[in-house]
Structure formats: C-alpha cells, structure tokens
Design a protein around this ligand. Structure first.
Ligand code: PLP
Length: 413
C-alpha cells in the first residue's frame, strides 16, 4: 500500500492521455493567493481567460467556463439545447462516445448510436474502435430523417480511448449535404490545444472541452464553445438546467465575472497556459504534437505491435493505442511498468479492456521525456515475455534525430 506522502525519487512519468503533465510555470501560477472573485482584479483575469479561450477554440462567439470535469461540460452541452425525448444522432468511436451516449439516455433523450460494423480479424477488436467517424453514414441517416426529428449530431473529435481522430469538417459537409438543420456538437476534450480545431470555420454549434489535456492544467475546468444557432436553440430547449444554463453565465462574463464562485486558482493556471500556448502559436503547438505522435508510432511499429487506430489518415497526435498479442493481458503489463519504473500508461477501456494500453504524448513533454517513457514501455514489454521485432526506443531516437523540432538557430551569447 502506497501512502500519499511516499514518492519515488524523480518525477513520475504521467503518460496517460490526460490528465497530462503540468508545466512548472502553470503549477506556480496555481499557488498565487486566492483573490475576491467579485473584486476588480478578478475581472481582469476573467476577461483575459475568456478571450484567450476564444482564440484557442478559434471562435468569435461565447466560450463558457465551468468549474467541472469534461463530463459536466458534456451534460451542459446537452441540457442547454435539447428537450425531453429529442432524438440525437451519435457515433460510436470508442469509450467516450459510448459514455456520452449513455448520458443522453439518462437525460431522457432518444440517442441513436451509429457504428462502423464488424471486427478486425487480425486483432479481434471492433472496427468502430479502430477508426474515426464515417461521415457518409451520418449523411445517409440524416437524409432518411425527412421530418427533422434529429435535433443534434454528436461526435468525438479525438477519441481518447482509441487514438483515432474524426474529420469534423466532413461531418459538417454531411449535415449540409442532407440539408438537415441538426446542431453539430463536438467533444474536443482531448483534441483542443493539441490538434487543429476551428469552431467557427468548421460550423460547429457546441464544442465541449476540459482543462486536463492539451491545456496542460490539472483537472477541474470544463468548457462549452457556442454558436449563435446553439444560443438560439437554448432559448426554447426545455430540459431542466440551472447551474449549467448558459444565459446567466454569458451575461455575467461580459464584465469578467461568474454568477457563482469560479475556481480562481485554476483560472490563474489557465491564464498561464494560454500565455504559453498562444506565445508558441497554435500551429507550432499542433506540429509539435504531430511530430511526437509520429515518433511514438515509429517505436510501436519497430516493436512489431499493432497501432490501435487502423486508419493512418486519422492517427491521433495526442495518444497512441498499442494492441498487445492475443492472450496477453495489457493491464498486467501496465501494472508491471508502473511498479518497476514509476510510469503510468492509459488502460484499455470498455470493449478493448485488457487488449491494449495507451501512451499519451501531450502536456509538458519533450523528445527526451518521451524517449524515457518508451524505454519504460520497452523494458516492461520484454519483462512480460513479449517477443519484440526490434527496439522501439532506437526507432524513436532515429526519428527524432532525423526530424528536428524546428530549424536550429545559432545560440545567442
Ligand atoms: N470525452 C473525452 C474524449 C475524454 O477524453 C474524457 C476524459 O478523458 C471525457 C470525455 C470525460 O471527461 P472527464 O473525465 O474530465 O469528465
């Protein structure tokens, strides 16, 4: 039994796909003195983080910040725009799409769950848990819905349980091609600030996100990004909403305040992470994650193990799912790696439990921390008796060495 005050030496390797490692700058910002959330200083902080989040979501419209986890922000999105018994179209891409579907059921909606059918013969995993949304299935279903009973299409941008992304502009095109008025709702909880997300340009009506992934903060903030169409829908939607209701929050946010006590210190941390991300530039942030993903996948290929995402066009830059050989319990490997090397990997969730583990490549990381993580995984795989085709660490070293992060400039004295 590990006591809370017992820590192994050095930093824990938090290689799960969120919560991600928090930069020291952000941890220091968290420790600033808590201030009066009705006072003048707070309004400066409030306005800054709201404006910064609009830049991250790439929107001119309101962003709502909740003291909640991502699950709360999911609920906020649904209760603001739907009424009891409304049909919503969801797409099975993995565990998080499944949980959002379950939530819609609990809220008294009528969710329909589209899915790519079948099982992959080599790995035995369901196809729908190895790829992104198939937009053509959404278009087909919406064309059948001549009476426009479906009120919203809900998809997950980066499926954290599989390491597959979904093409959101393709989903928008599918809705438009079917000439359907459904709202487009996108969970970009683990995609935002890691991979490109353009709220206004892509025509998304409600986006959902959280603090503990690409924003590199501890858990505890949930986000909704809105569109004018979503705001209009919220005025007539009748599912009960009070704490989650957008109207009062958006109104008070105009002055930099909230109708309740916001999580002040996490907002300090958000302000710091926005300085870091926007200072680096979103394009550079996305390129950094793409490169990390490619480096980690080169390691998995060298080990000779299947990458869970079977479609190279939608590989996640945030995490990589590694499928273990049939008959080998992936969770035993994870446990061994944690015990021996103080390294946490993401567990297989839902339909892929025990068949895979996830390597997160997000948050406060760099080439060398990723290489160290891969070394821990490689040692763990070998200790578990898995025959590897080659060294993943060597492959990733070769990749990182051959692909410099940015053109090296002369050092200034
Ligand atoms: N959606 C996605 C894609 C996620 O990755 C997660 C959490 O990992 C959630 C939803 C749920 O968010 P939370 O655990 O913060 O409630």
């Amino acid at each position: 039994m590990i006591a809370l005050d017992q820590h192994p030496s050095g930093r824990h390797f938090l290689q799960i796909p969120g919560p991600s490692p928090v930069p020291d700058r952000v941890l220091r910002a968290l420790s600033l003195p808590t201030i009066d959330h009705r006072g003048p200083e707070f309004a400066v902080l409030g306005k800054k983080v709201l404006a910064g989040m609009q830049r991250v979501f790439q929107t001119r419209h309101p962003v709502v910040i909740y003291p909640s986890s991502g699950t709360g922000a999911w609920e906020a999105a649904l209760v603001n725009v739907t009424s009891a018994g409304d049909a919503v179209l969801m797409f099975e891409t993995g565990q998080f799409a499944t949980l959002w579907h379950k939530m819609a059921l609990r809220l008294g909606l009528r969710p329909e769950f589209l899915s790519s059918k079948g099982t992959d013969e080599t790995t035995g995993l369901p196809w729908s848990w190895r790829r992104g949304v198939q937009a053509e299935l959404i278009e087909k279903r919406l064309r059948e819905d001549g009476g426009h009973a479906i009120k919203a299409v809900c998809v997950v941008h980066n499926e954290t349980s599989t390491g597959a992304t979904s093409d959101i502009p393709a989903v928008r095109r599918a809705i438009d091609a079917a000439r359907h008025p459904a709202l487009l709702m996108v969970d970009t909880i683990s995609g935002l600030a890691c991979t490109d997300y353009r709220h206004d340009e892509w025509g998304v009506d409600v986006a959902i996100s959280g603090s503990q992934k690409g924003l590199m903060l501890p858990p505890g903030i949930g986000f909704n990004a809105l569109s004018p169409k979503a705001v209009a829908a919220s005025k007539t939607a009748t599912l009960p909403k009070a704490f989650w209701a957008w109207d009062e929050i958006v109104e008070m946010n105009k002055g930099g305040y909230w109708p309740y006590t916001p999580n002040t210190n996490l907002l300090y941390a958000l302000s710091e992470s926005l300085d870091m991300l926007l200072g680096e530039g979103l394009e550079a942030v996305f390129a950094r994650h793409r490169r990390w993903g490619e480096g980690v996948r080169s390691a998995v290929r060298a080990w000779g193990l299947p990458i869970q995402c079977a479609d190279a066009n939608v590989y996640s830059p945030v995490l990589t799912g590694v499928v273990t050989p049939a008959g080998v319990d992936a969770d035993q490997i994870r446990t061994l790696i944690h015990e021996r090397f103080d390294l946490s990997l993401g567990t297989g969730l839902g339909k892929v439990k025990g068949r895979m583990f996830r390597i997160g490549h997000l948050g406060d990381s760099n080439d060398l921390t990723l290489l160290a993580a891969l070394a821990g995984v490689e040692m763990g795989l070998k200790l578990s008796g898995i025959a590897l085709a080659g060294s993943g660490v060597q492959a990733a070293m070769d990749f990182f060495a051959a692909h410099p992060a940015r053109a090296p400039g002369p050092l200034k004295p």
